[in-house]
Design a protein. Structure first.
Length: 254
């Protein structure tokens, strides 16, 4: 396997892979780096690669990257130090993420949410099947560790990150670069919504669901792994749709 292929089969490799397709590149870079930060793939206080290296990794011009970093600085997600030891550093803010996520949910239609759920259902189910067929011992051990991290989470940010990282790493376990990239994108859109305080997600209950899924993957029971992954995904999306409807009712009563 080449270095590029190996990098693709990791959460960080998927986040920092070249941006493909049309559309504004600056916006795509902002979304990609925001995803890396919100998912905990890149940690608070971590220094970003140099502008040249990061632009090359993402397949964009240095000017495009600088424009994206300027947007991220305005959002309070990235800060820059000048002088020796300087550079761009990550600054995750739970308050900013919660406010922007709730506003985004209110702007989404029920159909948009269901379409997003359909994609999550398909990608997660496929990843579970392939992880059961292809998963390596080290990959499965990493999934178990993430389930335990979720169980031990005492605040929403760490719980959300452990949960979303689990789903990304399951796609890594499936040894599919495309599924990993797809899951990164899905988690970037969904994780902050699913862990909004109003949904009252229980880290211990979610961790139990994850452990059951890992057990099926370790037994190489691909049918059971798919069933668990899909049912869990459906349940979560139903809760999110219910919250969206509740927000509509709140607006109507004002």
């Amino acid at each position: 396997m080449s270095n590029q292929e190996s990098a693709g089969l990791s959460a960080l490799g998927a986040v920092l892979s070249p941006i493909q397709g049309g559309g504004p590149k600056t916006e795509a870079v902002v979304q990609r780096l925001s995803a890396a930060i919100s998912l905990g793939v890149m940690a608070d206080g971590q220094q970003l690669p140099s502008e040249t290296d990061l632009a090359n990794q993402l397949g964009v011009s240095t000017m495009t990257l600088r424009e994206a970093l300027a947007v991220l600085r305005q959002q309070g997600i990235v800060y820059t130090k000048r002088g020796r030891g300087g550079g761009s550093f990550i600054h995750g803010s739970a308050e900013i993420l919660e406010t922007t996520s709730l506003a985004r949910l209110q702007q989404m239609s029920i159909q948009e949410l269901r379409d997003l759920g359909d994609e999550h259902f398909a990608v997660t189910g496929a990843a579970a099947v392939l992880a059961a067929r292809r998963g390596l011992r080290a990959d499965i051990a990493r999934l178990r560790a993430l389930a335990e991290r979720l169980k031990g989470s005492t605040e929403p940010v760490s719980a959300r990150r452990a949960d979303s990282r689990f789903h990304i790493e399951m796609a890594v376990c499936a040894q599919s670069t495309r599924l990993t990239r797809a899951q990164v994108g899905l988690q970037a859109e969904l994780s902050a919504l699913l862990w909004l305080p109003r949904l009252k997600m229980d880290p211990a209950a979610e961790a139990t669901a994850h452990r059951d899924l890992v057990d099926a993957i370790e037994r190489e029971d691909d049918a059971r792994a798919r069933e668990l992954a899909e049912s869990h995904t459906e349940s979560r999306i139903r809760r999110l749709v219910a919250l969206r409807l509740e927000l509509s009712d709140d607006e109507g009563h004002r």
